[in-house]
Unconditional design. Structure first.
Lengths: 364, 511, 321
């Protein structure tokens, strides 16, 4: 017997968790002497009220789709990849090298090259933790955390000592050549007669992110590899019986996860900054955790959750600009979402299961 | 007798887990100084009842009396205070602690360890002398055998001054010799006035040692009788609710050419323990070879090696062609490709993914089959059609491919696994514990399917801890003990007694 | 390198090792009881802010310490609620705790002090002052040992001495007391503890609470002893380094001391020298920064002795037969 209907599991529980997080966030805002309702209105206005706002919301959402998918794919293999941040940093390094040192005739070719190399660098940074987990049983959560710090030190070194242009004090690479600049939504939508804000950073990477959603959906639910990943994630002993190699699935799932995280840098580094800066990832790797948890590791759920977090990011920036609510309020909301949709899942689930059980008893 | 209060008296105990009624209105009286057996099939509710008595579960209804006094047992602490000790089927020991540390855990004297340890050391010495329970107090648990570990569990209970001892399936992991030692200890405990409740599904043990026996079936207590006044046949009937027909109707085997040939198989596990010792056997087409043995004597490893789950040394041929035991083709996928199908011992942990739909489970292990493939994707429509067909043929209820595996009963789960494996028309079928936790109706069905496959000319390797199953299904029986094949017998020319001796590591004829 | 330089580096090692040591011991209690805690960072950060804030307002470092421990305990309780009571994922709960602290400290700091997410600078009694041990000045002129005593052993704040005292105390509690036996047992096999009539939930909450108290001291040390006030993200990954040290120490108290001193030394060297010139090669400062993490990965990989975590670690306890 299912304890409750599937729709309750997929839709109701995330919604209730989200509501709890929202209520607590509102209380925090109230406590620091601001009006939550006015704050919400301002966030909606700032993030969704103009194409400029939408442009930022979608720009952030693009990042979160990639990192959310990265965490989700690993979740399906029952691994917690907390290293999206480091993998995205390395992805950025790959993108920067490709953009700086290879002559690209046109952005269409460059974006393919950058995507491939960015993904490859991200995957490479996930490879060692994956291999250590598969072969030596080293806990992937700890190793990926460590690799985040190592990535950060590595990037710091490369930017300060190697890639920094002579004479510059800024730990960043030179500006990428113009041929690698990605078209923004403004440029993409203009031929269609749609006027989109020129200043917003959302760019063609959004389409790559959407394609990644479709790719992950196909991979997980329609291919044999996806079948093996899910089977392994549900039951390691079962996978062994079925002849599914634990080493192969662990490594492959983490490589895909790392590649998705690495792809994020196409959006930030190539699409927005057009050079590699320190801290290009801005914590998006961690937000992927919240996004994957809220989206129930399903690409469609991840897409929706990523847009929600994009909204929170852009809305939060507006709040910080116009009110006394600092930007870090978003981090609080993010923590609450992770808390309620992830760690305290049972707190919401158990009473609901009881409710549905007693409802069914009444019917029966 | 009537003036002595029962050591344990349960009145009208009921317990439900969600929609499942595990215990229904159970009443029982256990007299002090006796060994009281509780017998019933897997899932009859024996362990639930005892867990209520030990404060693990709270009964929905009913009362507990200990030595005539009404006692509430909300947790294990209360059970211990009431003088109840429990030896669980799966031991509750801290693996990297010493025997002494395990014994005092939770029963320490005061906040510092040193005095507690000294006192326990003395007490253990006394208990060893009184009951013949010899254990090295400084041995680390993970370094001693299961028989010793069980003694530690008994010592734990006695150290807490338990005068009621509950043992849940205590012989499941023991060799017959160890089981006999255990029974001698229980005898002495009874002689010292302790009350013992023995939970088991083995009739032989009940007949051998208990004074009184209660029978449970589907959550209800169906009878309590004096052991001396009953017979195994009567108990068996009470257990399953109707006359049991353990014989399977089958024509004599017509063995063909040798299909499987195993020579000198050795397996050493990651702890360095040798699990299979030079095992050799062969099975012909159209023949069922049954492997009898106490759980944990290498049968599981044998199945795992043949099924591609464990690596081994030695030589195995299938229809004369060698099988890879260590290299790239030593996995389950390669075995399936060679025509070896495998019904694993544990369907919930191995044979099925409990959260997958029935149709996804029908592809489990065969998910790379080209029949389930369309381009780079899986052909889910074809798979769902195939599942519906198999569910109908094997009478899986409900016949709904879109139900997840965990929503089927044990018997129907097993039918899904058996359907998946048998419908492949394998050259060799590996079957482990095919009817564990399966209802009677499904048992018959599954047995008939295995025989039908044999009659089509497949070789079958059957592993079961149920001797009756081995005796009724096999065309030939091999007995395993301590990783070795002790001998082979023909079912018509042997009996449970002789097999039992072989299972204990004694050569039946010589003993 | 002269003797005084070495002493100064070692002195700075001690100062930098203390928060790592406290956090590492905090994690040790929690993880020995079977509750993984990657939220050490967040608890320290919250404690740093609240101790800094209360010290700034009240002018008392000790009141600040209490506030820090309180804040850390609240987060511990949250972690306990999620991972013990509601049997949630301990790793995810730890991540949530870290973000909650990272966000809330700045939000509250901005609301209270309006200084861009920091507390006012602390001085006087609002900070823990160094203690000069008896005879330190008098013995300073004794060769070798004098400066050692005066520079390295004397002249730290009381929290430093408390932290070092915690090492033998933890060892004693773990291996010589009833509580320690039960704590170690509950991290290895909670079912054994439960069937022995001891509350698994109670033990685990106790462990998580001790973890909270120690993280609280560590945070207070950062804001009111090592530095003069709270600044945004001032823990700077120390919680994770403590986690690394815990693995390095294989969950044992004395090894925890050695591991945190080693990592403290690396930080002290990185702080004093930007790049280390070894003649032929120059070690960039980033290598020193990354070294604790790299060493931990090497240990985790089992190339230098296998680190076996408590067996029931990370698993919520569900009663079963």
């Amino acid at each position: 017997m299912e304890k409750m209907p599937k729709w309750a599991d997929v839709v109701l529980i995330p919604l209730i968790s989200l509501l709890l997080a929202a209520v607590l966030s509102a209380l925090v805002i109230l406590a620091i002497g601001e009006d939550p309702w006015a704050a919400l209105k301002m966030m909606v206005q700032g993030a969704l009220g103009s194409t400029y706002g939408w442009g930022y919301t979608l720009y952030y959402a693009t990042n979160f789709i990639f990192t959310g998918l990265a965490v989700a794919v690993a979740f399906h293999a029952r691994m917690f990849n907390i290293g999206g941040e480091g993998q995205a940093m390395l992805g950025g390094l790959g993108v920067a090298l490709v953009c700086l040192y290879m002559p690209w005739p046109h952005w269409t070719v460059a974006v393919i090259g950058a995507s491939v190399v960015g993904a490859a660098f991200g995957a490479a940074w996930a490879a060692l933790p994956a291999w250590l987990q598969a072969k030596r049983g080293s806990h992937i959560v700890i190793t990926t955390i460590m690799f985040n710090f190592i990535a950060s030190a590595l990037l710091n070194y490369v930017l300060v000592n190697v890639l920094r242009p002579k004479g510059s004090m800024d730990p960043a690479t030179a500006k990428f050549p113009a041929a690698t600049h990605l078209p923004t939504l403004h440029e993409l939508l203009l031929p269609l007669g749609i006027k989109f804000s020129k200043a917003a950073p959302a760019n063609v990477s959004l389409l790559i992110a959407l394609a990644a959603c479709v790719f992950v959906w196909l991979l997980i639910w329609r291919t044999r590899l996806g079948y093996e990943i899910r089977a392994f994630g549900h039951s390691e002993s079962g996978a062994k019986y079925a002849g599914i190699s634990a080493v192969k699935i662990t490594v492959v799932a983490m490589l895909i996860s790392g590649a998705l995280a690495g792809l994020m840098s196409v959006n930030t580094t190539m699409g927005e900054a057009e050079r590699l800066v320190l801290n290009a990832t801005e914590g998006a790797g961690f937000i992927g955790i919240a996004v994957a948890l809220m989206g129930r590791s399903h690409p469609f759920g991840v897409l929706l959750a990523a847009i929600l977090f994009g909204f929170l990011y852009q809305g939060g920036a507006e709040l910080a600009l116009w009110t006394n609510i600092p930007r870090e309020m978003i981090v609080v909301i993010q923590a609450l979402v992770i808390l309620f949709t992830g760690a305290l899942d049972n707190m919401v689930r158990m009473p609901l299961e009881k409710l549905f059980l007693s409802l069914r008893r009444k019917e029966g | 007798m009537s003036d002595v209060a029962p050591a344990i008296e349960l009145k009208g105990i009921s317990k439900a887990f969600g929609p499942v009624q595990a215990n229904k209105d159970i009443s029982i009286r256990v007299m002090p100084g006796t060994i009281h057996g509780i017998i019933g099939e897997n899932g009859a509710g024996k362990s639930t009842l005892m867990s209520i008595l030990y404060g693990f579960y709270k009964a929905d209804k009913g009362e507990v009396f200990i030595h005539g006094k009404r006692t509430a047992i909300p947790d294990s602490q209360a059970a211990i205070a009431a003088g109840i000790g429990m030896v669980f089927q799966h031991f509750k020991l801290v693996e990297n602690f010493t025997v002494l540390e395990n014994v005092i855990l939770g029963a320490e004297d005061g906040r510092l360890l040193r005095p507690s340890l000294a006192k326990a050391r003395k007490e253990l010495k006394r208990l060893a002398e009184d009951y013949g329970l010899n254990v090295d107090p400084d041995a680390v648990i993970e370094e001693i055998g299961v028989g010793m570990q069980q003694r530690v569990e008994i010592l734990k209970a006695l150290y807490r001054q338990a005068d009621i001892l509950i043992l849940d399936e205590p012989t499941g992991v023991l060799t017959p010799a160890e089981a006999n030692q255990l029974f001698r200890i229980l005898d002495r405990l009874r002689a010292e006035g302790k009350t013992i409740v023995l939970i088991t599904h083995k009739l032989r043990e009940i007949m051998e040692i208990t004074d009184t026996v209660s029978v449970m079936r589907r959550g209800q207590m169906t009878a309590t009788v004096k052991t001396a006044e009953t017979s195994p046949e009567q108990l068996a009937e009470l257990m399953v609710g109707r006359k049991v027909l353990l014989r399977v109707d089958k024509a004599p085997a017509k063995p063909g050419a040798v299909v499987l040939d195993v020579q000198g198989l050795n397996v050493t596990d990651e702890k360095g323990v040798q699990r299979l010792k030079d095992v050799s056997l062969s099975i012909r087409a159209g023949e069922i070879l049954g492997i009898a043995g106490v759980a944990g004597n290498g049968q599981s490893e044998l199945l795992e090696v043949l099924g591609g789950m464990t690596r081994a040394t030695g030589r195995i041929t299938l229809n004369g062609e060698e099988i890879d035991l260590t290299g790239r083709h030593s996995d389950g996928q390669s075995r399936r490709a060679r025509g070896i199908a495998h019904v694993p011992e544990d369907r919930q942990r191995e044979g099925l993914i409990m959260d997958f739909f029935a149709w996804e489970n029908v592809a489990f292990g065969y998910h790379r089959d080209p029949a389930y493939r369309r381009g780079v994707l899986m052909d889910n429509a074809a798979l769902q059609e195939d599942t519906a067909r198999k569910m109908e043929k094997f009478d899986v209820r409900p016949p709904n491919p879109w139900l997840t595996a965990k929503n089927f009963s044990g018997g129907n789960q097993q039918k899904i696994v058996v359907a998946r494996e048998i419908e492949r028309n394998p050259t060799l079928l590996l079957v482990g514990q095919p009817t564990r936790g399966v209802d009677i109706g499904a048992i018959e069905f599954i047995h008939n399917q295995i025989v039908a496959l044999r009659d089509q000319g497949a070789a079958v390797l059957l592993v079961s801890v149920e001797l009756d199953e081995i005796l009724s299904l096999s065309d030939r029986i091999a007995v395993m003990f301590d990783g070795k094949i002790m001998g082979e017998r023909l079912p018509g020319q042997t009996d449970a007694g002789e097999l039992g001796l072989l299972m204990a590591g004694m050569n039946g004829r010589a003993a | 390198m002269d003797y005084m330089t070495i002493l100064q580096i070692l002195d700075s090692t001690v100062r930098l090792a203390v928060p790592l040591l406290l956090a590492c011991l905090a994690g040790l209690y929690s993880e020995r009881a079977g509750i993984f805690d990657i939220g050490l960072e967040g608890k320290m950060l919250a404690a740093a802010f609240f101790s800094g804030a209360v010290a700034a307002v009240s002018g008392s470092a000790w009141l600040g310490l209490l506030a820090g421990m309180g804040a850390s305990l609240v987060l511990s309780a949250l972690h306990g609620l999620a991972s013990i009571t509601f049997r949630g994922n301990q790793l995810i709960s730890g991540v949530a705790v870290n973000f909650l602290a990272a966000g809330m400290t700045v939000v509250v700091a901005q609301d209270w002090f309006k200084q861009g997410g920091r507390t006012p600078s602390l001085s006087g009694a609002a900070r823990f002052e160094p203690i000069t041990l008896p005879g330190a000045e008098a013995l300073r002129d004794v060769p070798i040992l004098g400066p050692l005593y005066a520079e390295l052993i004397s002249g730290h704040t009381s929290l430093v001495y408390i932290a070092f005292a915690c090492v033998p105390l933890t060892w004693w509690a773990l291996y010589r007391t009833r509580f320690g036996l039960r704590l170690r047992a509950v991290g290895e096999n909670p079912a054994a503890v439960d069937t022995a009539g001891v509350s698994v939930v109670g033990l685990r909450y106790a462990a998580v609470a001790i973890c909270g108290v120690l993280c609280g001291i560590a945070g207070a040390y950062l804001a009111t002893a090592l530095q003069a006030g709270f600044v945004k993200d001032m823990t700077a990954g120390r919680g994770y380094i403590a986690l690394a040290a815990l693995i390095f120490a294989k969950w044992r108290p004395w090894y925890a001391l050695l591991a945190t001193l080693l990592f403290g030394l690396l930080q002290a060297i990185a702080l004093r020298y930007q790049n280390i010139d070894l003649g032929a090669i120059t070690i960039p400062v980033q290598v020193m920064d990354a070294l604790p993490y790299i060493l931990t990965v090497v240990i985790l990989a089992g190339f230098v002795g296998k680190a076996i975590p408590p067996r029931a670690g990370g698993e919520p306890y569900v009663k079963e037969r």
